[in-house]
Every structure is written in structure tokens, then in C-alpha cells.
Design a protein around this ligand. Structure first.
Ligand code: BGC
Length: 724
């Protein structure tokens, strides 16, 4: 059904029925005086360097000139036109519209154009490097602009509440703090290039198969402390241009009809000055109710919002309610300078292919892929297998390559985040490019020839994991995963090969945790590679052969078994989102993860010194600061990610055992020592007081645990917040 509707949109979109359209836009002149509008601190900040006062005044003039129908035209999409999802502008007033495109890992394949496939966000999240992510945002903005887009439908920033979520790969993390840092960097990168980012899907959207109907039942503390802080960060610190409402319901109301989410929290508390668009097709559930709740644009075409025209005519809707939404749309258009671009010619698409898949963007995709690769296992302890010595792998047949993803262009979901690069470097191609011709031999199955080759090989590499057939967006792609386990045939392959060699590397591709506790002890090395994008094969070869050290750290927990996590319910119409998931849940149950959140091995050895607390006491608006010395005592250069988790001591409300509140990264040569400073604003220690309906920073003691993952802490210091 959705696919049919999508096809209709791709071929040509419906326009409003004649009866709905009301009087013609070229209506008789009228006298309409819009409400005056005084810029606020938030609208000023939203406009950045542009003259906000002049822009707001111009919007007021435009609101007087636009006809009611033209206003409502600005509040709905017109389908896919000239290669982008368009909200038409008003040419007679020199107003351009908006041109949106997915998405989270590069230029949308809906365009039919080639673009760089950046590694999926979960792998970029594994870099724990916001500065790198900002560069990805900039590059993606340039590629989108080259295809005529001025809005990128990204970042996807829903918490990875459970790794079976079909869109796990599109997001950065199971943790709100880590998510906030990465999404903020992406938004900054995109918007520095003058393209509008859209934070999606607001909010509590972490299940695919029931995404159109599920009612997420969530208590105020869980919503405020777990599911919203990362959105707050991109709004308050990132001044994100737009927000996409989610399909699902939250506590009984669909997200597009939620005054609490769209008005009270987003606008009144966070000061969001941009526009909210609905998710696509069946993401708008009301006309006047959605508009009044705070939804500004129905995407991708006007269906429910036709009712706005009727309501205006009948007097059920006041034009000033419409003006509020129109002002937000026009503010985005003018504050992002979209009116300064050359006017578009209908029927002509913008396409500058020379700005996509540039050498610089491909190099960035490669850098990000290798920075995100997570080394999970590297044995035996006395002589770890990785890095491999290229000189020892130069002979014919030195590397035997197997596994379902060894030769696959495995770049991720085929839903709305799909991209279409002109070339993908597979694992096979990457390894072949790194070694002399003939050094890598590939087998599709473990037959006699493969067994013989393994017997003669130096090292065996199995590239396996998941594909777009196993996980993705629902309706148009695979939906939620059925299991956290690797497909049985692949486990059997790993085990059979492990019995034949003691030099086995397994590479797991996929969107999030794949359980491996039952079999990975039989391997020497194990890596998580996400979906590594256009240049993934090169990145893999560079890390395996030690050209670059492995630096990734898991942005999710890998449990021993799925049963260690809270249940994943993608069939019920009502699902309770609890306060604890991921590492916070595992710690509270005292259940060790197989590989904890934040975990990743190096090919060198780092020692963290005792943390030095610089601020034993802070006020509720102060910032806690501590320093940690990090020494590279190993034989190679490497990158360490120092993590700070905070536990409230004697809180009057139940809390997680500890929460990530800061992290810092540093790259050290062998023998080098450097100091990292970790900072935690006391505000980030707040909890939501349900009785008072406000946040409170408790004036109590807190323990700051420093470590290299959520479980392994190397030092703890206690500080106090005063006068909370
Ligand atoms: C997805 C959004 C996407 C939109 C447009 C929807 O199905 O949920 O994330 O931006 O389609 O492609």
C-alpha cells in the first residue's frame, strides 16, 4: 500500500481537489493585518549572521500579502518534483520553497543520482569523534546541494533502545549523551554549509514494524531524562533548522498531534524557532489538531491539511494560527538565505555531479570507516593476531577470504536512507588492492578447494554479519531484525573454519549488536564494521594490515544473550519504554555485557592515571572538571577514548547505576603521555521532578567513574553539588 502511494508520488503527485482549493490565489485584494512579531533571543540566534529584525519584518509584510490559500500551500509538500521533495514557494512574491532529501548516510537514491555512501551513522558513532562527524555533515550538505536540496532529512537521532530495531544503523548510539554529541556535530556541519538539517524522528521512535501505530507509553522522567536530552541539545546548542515528527504515538497521542512535545517542550522550553514537518505518508493525523499542536508542514503531499482550507473558510480556524506556522517556514527559508539562490525553472532539475563522490569526500568516507571499525577481540594474549604483517601476506594464497559479505556491496538499508554510489569497494576488493596480485583467494563456500587453501594460507578472513535483507526500514525495506544472532549458516562456517586454522579474523557487518558469545572464542580476532560505505573495503584492509590502528568504540552494548536486554516488542500496539536499557539496564541487573558499551581494543596498550578532580564542589550552574593522564605503553601509535560515567550518591529518586556524561579522545605515539580534561556541566546531572514538573539538580555527592567502557572503570572521584 505504502509502496503504491510512493510510486504515485514518484510519477506525479496529486494536487488539491478543486472543491478543496477554495477561492483562487489571485483572489480579490483584501485587507489583512497580521499579528506583529518582535524577535526573541531564540529567533535571533536561529537567524545567525542574518538580520533577524529585517527578516521578521519582511515575514510580517508577506503574511499581509499572501492569500489564505497560498499560506496553506506553504504548509504541505508537493511530492517529488525535479528530484527533491518539494514544498512549493510563491514565485509572485519571490519566495522559494523548500527542497528536501534523505538522508542519514548520503544523497538519497530517490534522486536516481550517484553520491558518496558514507558509513552508516552507527559506525560513525563508533568513532566517538564529533569533529570528524562535523566534517561528514559538511560533505553531505555539499552533495545534497549539488542535487538541489536545501534540507537534509537527517540526523536520525532516536535512541537505540534495542539492537533489533530495523533502523539501528541510521542512528548513533544507545546513549543520550553520546547521541547528543554526535548529532550536534552533524547538524553543525550541515548548517555551516547553509543547508537545513532536520532532527528526526521526534520522539521515542525506536521500533519499525509497528511504527505507524504503536503507542509508546513512557513516564515523564524517562521521556525527559532519557529520550529527549539529545534532541534538546541539537535545538538549543545546534539551532537545528527543522525537526521531523515521528509516526508513533506517545502516551496516547500521535507525535504530530502532541502539544506537549511540539509546543511546550520544543518551542516554549527549548526555544525552537524553525519548522516541524511530519514524517512521510501517514505521518500527519489531524488538520487543525496537528497544526495547533505545532506541526507546520505535512509531507510529502497535502492530505490531512486539506482540512485547513475548509476550516479557514468555515471560521473553525483563525488565520493567525496558520500565520504562526507560515512564519516558521518563511523564517527558515529567509534565515538560511534560500531566497538568495538563483530562481529554479520548473521541470529542470539541479544536478552538479562533479560535486559528488569527489576525491575529498571518498577519502573522508574511508577515514570515517576505519575510525569507526571496532576491534572486539584480538588473541592470543601472548601474540595478538592483529595487525597483520603485509610482508608475511605477499605470497599467492596468503589470505583466504570467505563469508556472505566478502564480495557484497554491503552499504546498508534499502529504505529511505538508501544511497546509490557509483562504486563500492567490497572487502575483497580492499584486501586485493592492499596485497600483491594473487595473495587473496576468495571462496563462496567451504568446499575441498577452500579447505586446501586454508591449510596453505597465512590468515583466514571471514566477512559476515547482516545485510539489507535482515534489517531496515519497515514498509519499504526489511523492518526489524528477527534475532540478535548471526545467521546459523554463518555461525557454522565460522566454526568449521576455526577448526582448520588458528589465524582466523571475523568481520561482522550490520546495524548494531550481533551476539557472538557462543562462538567467538573459537576465533582469534573479531571486528564490528557496521555498513562501512563506498570505501569500506579499503578501510578494512588498512586496519587489518596496521596502516592505521583500530580506534572504534562500541556505541551500544553487545549482550551475552538477547534475554539479557529488556524485551523488544514490535507487535503490540502499546509498548512501555522503561527508564533503563542498554548498558544502564545491564549494570542495574549486574549482568556483564559480552562487549560493553564504549568497548574497543587497541593494538597498543594504554594506561589511565588516577583522575584528578579540579572542582571538588560546584554550584548547580557550575561545571565539574577533572583531568586524567593517559600513557601509551604499547608498541604502536593508537587512539584512546576516555569515558566519564557519573553516579548520583543518595539521590531521592531511583537513578541509573551510572550515566555517560563526558568523553575525550587522544592519539598518542608509543611511550607518549598526555592529559585529557573532562567536563560535566552540573546541569547534566539533573532529574525530572514529576511532582514539581521541573528539573532539579540535586545538591548531593556524585561519583565520577573514569574508564574505557561502561563496565571497566579505572578510577573514581567524588564531587559535591551545592545549593541545587
Ligand atoms: C522515513 C523518514 C524519511 C522519509 C522520507 C519516511 O518513511 O521514516 O525518515 O525521511 O520517509 O524519505
Amino acid at each position: 500500500m505504502r509502496a503504491a502511494l510512493l510510486a504515485l508520488l514518484l510519477l506525479g503527485c496529486p494536487s488539491a481537489a478543486p472543491g478543496d482549493a477554495g477561492p483562487d490565489a489571485a483572489d480579490a485584494p483584501r485587507t489583512y493585518v497580521p499579528e506583529p512579531f518582535a524577535p526573541t533571543a531564540e529567533t535571533i540566534a536561529y537567524c545567525g549572521a542574518r538580520d533577524d529584525a529585517a527578516i521578521e519584518a519582511r515575514i510580517t509584510e508577506l503574511l499581509a500579502e499572501l492569500t489564505p490559500d497560498e499560506k496553506i500551500d506553504l504548509l504541505a509538500g508537493d511530492g517529488l518534483r525535479d528530484g527533491t521533495w518539494e514544498v512549493s514557494g510563491v514565485p509572485r512574491l519571490g519566495l522559494p520553497g523548500l527542497h528536501m532529501l534523505d538522508g542519514p548516510r548520503g544523497l538519497s537514491s530517490f534522486t536516481g543520482l550517484n553520491g558518496t555512501a558514507f558509513p552508516v551513522a552507527i559506525l560513525r558513532g563508533a568513532s566517538w569523534d564529533p569533529a570528524l562527524e562535523e566534517r561528514v555533515g559538511r560533505a553531505m550538505a555539499l552533495e545534497h546541494r549539488s542535487a538541489g536540496a536545501d534540507v537534509i532529512l537527517a540526523p536520525t537521532m532516536n535512541l537505540l533502545r534495542h539492537p533489533r530495531w530495523g533502523r539501528a544503523q541510521e542512528t548513533y548510539s544507545e546513549d543520550s549523551h553520546h547521541m547528543g554529541a554526535m548529532a550536534l556535530a552533524f547538524v553543525r556541519g550541515v548548517q555551516r554549509e547553509g543547508v537545513i538539517a532536520s532532527a528526526k524522528h521526534y520522539a521515542a521512535n525506536s521500533i519499525e514494524d509497528t511504527r505507524h501505530t504503536v503507542d509508546v507509553v513512557i513516564d515523564p522522567r524517562t521521556l525527559r531524562e532519557v529520550y529527549l536530552p539529545h534532541f534538546e541539545r541539537v535545538v538549543v546548542e545546534g539551532r537545528v533548522g527543522s525537526v521531523m515528527s515521528a509516526y508513533n504515538r506517545v502516551n496516547g497521542l500521535y507525535c504530530d498531534e502532541q502539544p506537549l512535545l511540539l509546543q511546550t517542550i520544543l518551542r516554549e522550553e527549548w526555544g525552537f524557532a524553525g519548522f516541524v514537518e511530519s514524517d512521510w505518508i501517514w505521518g500527519t493525523h489531524g488538520d487543525v489538531s496537528s497544526l495547533r499542536a505545532g506541526l507546520d508542514i505535512e509531507m510529502p503531499v497535502e492530505v490531512e491539511f486539506r482540512g485547513l482550507r475548509r476550516a479557514l473558510r468555515s471560521g473553525a480556524l483563525d488565520e493567525r494560527d496558520v500565520d504562526r506556522a507560515v512564519r516558521r517556514v518563511l523564517r527558515a527559508v529567509l534565515c538560511f538565505g534560500l531566497d538568495e539562490a538563483a530562481p529554479r525553472t520548473p521541470g529542470t532539475r539541479i544536478d552538479r555531479p562533479e560535486e559528488r563522490e569527489t576525491a575529498e569526500h571518498l577519502a573522508l568516507a574511508r577515514e570515517v570507516a576505519r575510525r569507526g571499525l571496532v576491534l572486539l577481540r584480538n588473541g592470543p594474549a601472548a601474540a595478538p593476531l592483529l595487525p597483520l604483517d603485509p610482508a608475511a601476506h605477499a605470497a599467492a594464497g596468503a589470505v583466504v577470504l570467505l563469508g556472505r559479505n566478502a564480495e557484497r556491496e554491503n552499504i546498508g538499508d534499502e529504505g529511505s536512507s538508501a544511497v546509490d554510489p557509483s562504486d563500492v569497494v567490497t572487502a575483497r576488493e580492499g584486501l586485493e588492492a592492499r596485497l600483491p596480485a594473487g595473495a587473496v583467494v576468495t571462496f563462496a563456500a567451504l568446499d575441498d578447494a577452500a579447505r586446501a587453501a586454508i591449510a596453505a594460507a597465512e590468515t583466514v578472513v571471514i566477512v559476515t554479519g547482516l545485510t539489507a535483507e535482515d534489517e531496515g526500514e519497515s514498509d519499504i525495506a526489511a523492518g526489524d531484525r528477527e534475532t540478535l544472532a548471526l545467521p546459523e549458516a554463518e555461525v557454522a562456517l565460522v566454526r568449521a573454519v576455526a577448526a582448520l586454522t588458528d589465524r582466523l579474523v571475523v568481520v561482522l557487518e550490520g546495524g548494531a549488536a550481533i551476539t557472538s558469545a557462543a562462538w567467538d572464542g573459537e576465533t582469534e580476532a573479531l571486528l564490528f564494521a557496521g555498513y562501512p560505505g563506498s570505501e569500506g573495503g579499503h578501510a578494512l584492509a588498512e586496519v587489518l594490515f596496521g596502516d592505521h590502528p583500530p580506534t572504534g568504540r562500541l556505541p551500544f552494548s553487545v549482550p551475552v544473550a538477547e534475554g539479557d536486554l529488556p524485551p523488544f516488542d514490535n507487535v503490540s500496539e502499546e509498548v512501555v519504554y522503561g527508564y533503563l536499557h542498554g548498558y544502564r539496564h545491564l549494570l542495574s541487573e549486574a549482568t556483564p555485557a559480552h562487549y560493553p558499551f564504549g568497548f574497543g581494543l587497541s593494538t597498543t596498550r594504554f594506561i589511565l592515571g588516577a583522575p584528578r578532580l579540579l572542582t571538588p564542589t560546584v554550584g548547580a550552574t557550575g561545571t565539574v572538571e577533572l583531568e586524567v593522564d593517559v600513557t601509551n605503553e604499547g608498541p604502536r601509535a593508537g587512539t584512546e577514548t576516555v569515558q566519564l560515567y557519573v553516579a548520583a550518591v543518595g539521590s531521592r529518586v531511583p537513578r541509573a547505576p551510572r550515566d555517560l556524561r563526558a568523553f575525550a579522545q587522544l592519539t598518542l605515539a608509543p611511550g607518549e603521555t598526555a592529559t585529557v580534561t573532562l567536563r560535566v556541566p552540573a546541569r547534566d546531572l539533573r532529574f525530572w521532578d514529576e511532582e514539581a514538573s521541573s528539573y532539579e539538580v540535586e545538591a548531593i555527592a556524585y561519583d565520577a567513574f573514569v574508564g574505557t567502557d561502561a563496565e571497566r572503570t579505572t578510577g573514581v572521584v567524588r564531587f559535591t553539588v551545592e545549593g541545587g
